[in-house]
Design a protein around this ligand. Structure first.
Ligand SMILES: [Mn+2]
Length: 342
């Protein structure tokens, strides 16, 4: 962020404001860590802050301090609409396009509040007044940390804020594995540990906090629903609504399933296709150079990062699978070139 912008924002935050913070639909660990880290920071500065998610967040993230303060739009739309109409400042964290707010978009887009984006997804839309945007940031939570530091408020950071930011970075990097481009992320993480946070405890809360049903569903996916196409270095899993019902599926239960095929030798591209009411949701991951964000943007009405993206296929599940495989076939030469030259 430019020094001029930072000075303006610092000026804005100088007197108490009414602030609403949003994160994207189907919030993940980075979304919630960024949302809550920024919430605690701004609250400590003396502002009246409302953190909002478009829909329910997964149970395994409910331990984050202050998660009970989050307004879920689906549950209390009237209250959220009122907060938006009264807001002086709106922060959007971990997404780049107001469409990812679903039904809330219409209220935010007409709001006169100053809009600030903190995000690491490529190609942000131009509706914001200020951008703290860097695509090589490991997580939006890392940018929240950068934001606090560049405003000169390092002294405000405490154990709770550090914990939220740490959880966000840990989630988006799959425990310091993906999205880390240089040593600076590790240096920031090391700084966060200085606040006395318990990294073993956070790991356990993020990764060893699932339901028995989720583990059974994962077993079923690996055993029955994983399709591997060696020629395309591709592995994917698909789930119908009926199957999810059988395992009493709850929000967040398929979190991380999309990564499972990547653990197979020579599989570098993976996908998870899940049947929704009127469409099929697709999540894609890759290792190395194959850009799944371009794939999702071109064929599946979506987008994201080079190695992590998603979209929608408006077909019945069995047709969607055929469409997905056919689409991937058209990349056979490109995939061969990327992953077979050794
Ligand atoms: Mn993120």
């Amino acid at each position: 962020m430019e020094p001029k912008a930072l000075i303006e924002i610092k000026e804005l935050l100088h007197i108490p404001k009414r602030i609403v913070i949003f994160t994207h639909v189907n919030p993940d660990g980075d979304a919630m860590g960024s949302l809550m880290g920024l919430y605690h920071f701004l609250t400590k500065l003396g502002h009246v802050v409302t953190p909002v998610t478009p829909n329910e967040f997964p149970f395994f993230l409910s331990w984050l301090t202050g998660a009970n303060q989050v307004k879920v739009f689906h549950n209390s739309p009237t209250e959220v609409i009122k907060k938006i109409s009264e807001a002086d400042i709106i922060f959007c964290v971990d997404f780049n396009d107001l469409r990812r707010l679903k039904e809330i978009e219409q209220y935010v887009s007409i709001s006169k509040a100053v809009k600030i984006l903190i995000d690491h997804h490529p190609y942000p839309t131009t509706v914001f007044n200020y951008y703290l945007h860097r695509i090589n940031a490991s997580a939006a939570a890392e940018l929240v940390y950068d934001f606090i530091l560049s405003l000169g408020y390092k002294n405000i950071i405490d154990h709770v804020i550090a914990e939220c930011i740490y959880a966000g970075i840990m989630s988006d990097t799959n425990s310091f594995n993906y999205n880390i481009t240089d040593s600076s992320t590790f240096r920031k993480v090391a700084d966060l540990l200085e606040y006395g946070i318990d990294h073993n405890k956070i790991y356990g809360l993020l990764y060893d906090n699932y339901s028995f049903n989720r583990m059974r569903l994962m077993g079923y996916c690996l055993n029955q629903k994983l399709v591997v196409i060696p020629k395309l270095h591709l592995g994917y899993i698909w789930l119908t609504q009926e199957e999810m019902k059988e395992y009493q599926f709850e929000v967040g239960d398929s979190e991380g399933f999309v990564n499972l095929p990547l653990a197979i030798r020579d599989i570098h591209i993976s996908a998870l296709l899940t049947e929704k009411d009127n469409f099929v949701r697709i999540s894609c991951r890759s290792k190395g150079e194959f850009p799944v964000n371009a794939l999702c943007a071109k064929h599946f009405e979506g987008g994201g990062h080079k190695n992590a993206a998603g979209g929608e296929i408006h077909m019945l599940i069995h047709d969607a699978i055929k469409h997905f495989e056919k689409t991937m076939e058209t990349y056979a030469d490109e995939i061969h070139k990327l992953y077979n030259n050794h």
